[in-house]
Design a protein around this ligand. Structure first.
Ligand code: IMP
Ligand code: MG
Length: 430
C-alpha cells in the first residue's frame, strides 16, 4: 500500500514543503485535503525559491499530478496567480497536472471583507486574513458556493443572492465597499472558463491510484496544534489538520495509508495569537527567529519562537497516529549554548501538569519544565549525525514512542538524512 501522508505536528511552518518535495520525488499523485491559501509552503530547488499556497508541493516534479481535495477552500484569483507563477518558473504542463475537486468551496470577496471587519476588533484571532474561517462558516451553514456551481450559471446566481442575504446586514454596519451578487457572478463566469476544465473527482482519482499500486502522497497543511477541534480554540484554523482531517478532506478510507509522517521542527514557532507555553522573549528566541528565517511565508509576519514542546508533540502524535517523525531545521540550534525541550508543565499554583491540557483556556497559565541538551554541530551529508543530536533524537523517540526517520538541516535535498530504526543514517540518494 504505497500511500503516505505528511502532517504538521506543531503550529504550522514545520518545513512540510521540503519534506513533501523530498518524499514526492517518485510520487505519481500528491493530494491536498483542507485549508486554502492560509498555507505557505516554501521550496528551494537549484537555488530558486517558490512559495506555494494552494497547489501541492509535488508540482515541481515533472510527472507528478497534484490534486486539491473537497475539504479545501479556494480563492480563484490566488489559484490563478499561483498557476501563472509556476508556469513562469518553467514548470511543465501545470494546468494539465493540477486537478480540483468541484466540492471544494469558493472563497469570495465577502468572506474576506467579513474577516477584515472581525480582525480589526480588539478580540482579533490573528488570522491570515485570507477568508478561510468565513468560507468554512458558509459551508457549515449550507449557503456556501462549491466550485461545482461554476458549471451551473443559473444556480450560481441564485446561490450568490441567497448567501448575500446573510452578508448584506453585516456590511451595512461597516464601511467596507462590497461587490454585488450580479457583479460577482460576472467575475465568476470568467473564472469558470479556466477552472471548470480542471475539475476532477479527487476521492476517486486518489483511491484508484492507490489500488493500482501507484505512489500517492497526502499533503497536510497547517499543524495539529491549529486543529479546529483539538488545537487551542479559539486560536485555531477552521479546518481539521489531524490525519483524520486529511482523509475526510480527500474522501479516502484509512486502510489505504501505510505511513503517516509527522513533520516537527527542532524548536517551535507560532504565528497569530494564542497560548504558546515555550515561547521565548529573549536572545535565544531572537536567535531562533533570525537563524531560522522565521517570517510567515503567507503574511510576512515575524513568527513567535520558542523551545520544542515535547508534551505538545506527544499529544500531536496521539491525535495523528504518526508512524514516523521528520525532524527539521536542526541547524538553527547549532550555535546556542544549550538546547531545551519542555517535558512537563507547572500550573499557576505550582502543581505539576504531565499532559497538554484538553481545556485550551488552561494552556496560557502553564510554565514549562525543561530538560537541557548539549548543542550539536551542523550535520554533514554522508557523515553520521553528531552525538549530541543523536542523543536529542533518541530522547524525542522515547518520549513520543515514535521513530525519527528523517533529519533535515536546510532547504536542499542534500541537507537530509534518512534514519533507520537502529539510528543508522543514509543520504537520500544513497
Ligand atoms: P486562518 O487559518 O487564516 O483562519 O488563521 C487562524 C490561525 O492559524 C492564525 O493564528 C494563523 O496564523 C494560523 N495559520 C493558518 N495557516 C497557517 C499556516 O499555514 N502556518 C502557520 N500558521 C497558520
Ligand atoms: Mg507555512
Amino acid at each position: 500500500m504505497p500511500v503516505k501522508a505528511v502532517v504538521g505536528m506543531q503550529w504550522g511552518d514545520e518545513g512540510k514543503g521540503k519534506i513533501v518535495d523530498v518524499l514526492s520525488a517518485d510520487a505519481e499523485l500528491v493530494v491536498r485535503a483542507a485549508g486554502g491559501s492560509n498555507a505557505g509552503h516554501t521550496i528551494i530547488r537549484g537555488g530558486k525559491k517558490t512559495v506555494l499556497h494552494l497547489v501541492p508541493s509535488g508540482i515541481l516534479h515533472e510527472y507528478t499530478r497534484c490534486l486539491l481535495g473537497a475539504g479545501m477552500v479556494i480563492e480563484p484569483q490566488r489559484l490563478r496567480e499561483e498557476l501563472d507563477v509556476l508556469e513562469q518558473f518553467g514548470t511543465p504542463r501545470v494546468r494539465q497536472r493540477v486537478g480540483v475537486d468541484p466540492q471544494a468551496m469558493l472563497i469570495l470577496p465577502w468572506h474576506k471583507s467579513l474577516e477584515h471587519v472581525r480582525e480589526a476588533r480588539p478580540d482579533a484571532r490573528g488570522t491570515t486574513l485570507r477568508g478561510i474561517g468565513p468560507a468554512y462558516e458558509s459551508r457549515a451553514s449550507r449557503l456556501g458556493i462549491p466550485l461545482a456551481l461554476l458549471a451551473h450559471p443559473e444556480l450560481l446566481q441564485t446561490s450568490l443572492e441567497a448567501l448575500f442575504l446573510d452578508y448584506a446586514p453585516i456590511f451595512e454596519l461597516g464601511q467596507e465597499p462590497v461587490i454585488t451578487p450580479a457583479a460577482l457572478h460576472a467575475e465568476l463566469m470568467e473564472v469558470a472558463s479556466w477552472l471548470v476544465p480542471m475539475f476532477t473527482d479527487v476521492s476517486l482519482e486518489t483511491a484508484r491510484a492507490s489500488s493500482e499500486g501507484r505512489t500517492v502522497l497526502l499533503e497536510g497543511a497547517q499543524g495539529v496544534m491549529l486543529d479546529t477541534l483539538h488545537g487551542t480554540y479559539p486560536f485555531v484554523t477552521s479546518s481539521s489538520t489531524v490525519f483524520g482531517g486529511l482523509l475526510s478532506g480527500i474522501g479516502l478510507g484509512h486502510g489505504a495509508v501505510s505511513e503517516v509522517v509527522g513533520v516537527c521542527k527542532a524548536y517551535a514557532t507560532r504565528v497569530g495569537h494564542g497560548p504558546f507555553p515555550t515561547e521565548l522573549d529573549d536572545d535565544n528566541g531572537r536567535h531562533l527567529a533570525a537563524f531560522g528565517g522565521e517570517y510567515g511565508a503567507t503574511t510576512g509576519r515575524l513568527r513567535r519562537c520558542g523551545w520544542l514542546d515535547a508534551v505538545a508533540l506527544r499529544k500531536a502524535v496521539r491525535l495523528v497516529g504518526t508512524t514516523a517523525l521528520a525532524l527539521t531545521k536542526v541547524d538553527v540550534l547549532c550555535d546556542l549554548p544549550e538546547v531545551r525541550v519542555a517535558v512537563a508543565y507547572e500550573d499557576a499554583d505550582g502543581r505539576p501538569v504531565a499532559d497538554f491540557p484538553c481545556d485550551p483556556y488552561r494552556v496560557a497559565d502553564l510554565k514549562p519544565v525543561y530538560r537541557s541538551f548539549a548543542p550539536w554541530a551542523t550535520p554533514a551529508p554522508g557523515e553520521p549525525l553528531p552525538d549530541a543530536l543523536s542523543e536529542y533524537i533518541s530522547f524525542l523517540e522515547g518520549f513520543t514512542r515514535t521513530p525519527v526517520s528523517l533529519v533535515s538541516w536546510g532547504p536542499d535535498r542534500s541537507q537530509t538524512l534518512l534514519r533507520d530504526a537502529s539510528g543508522v543514517c543514509r543520504s537520500l540518494d544513497a
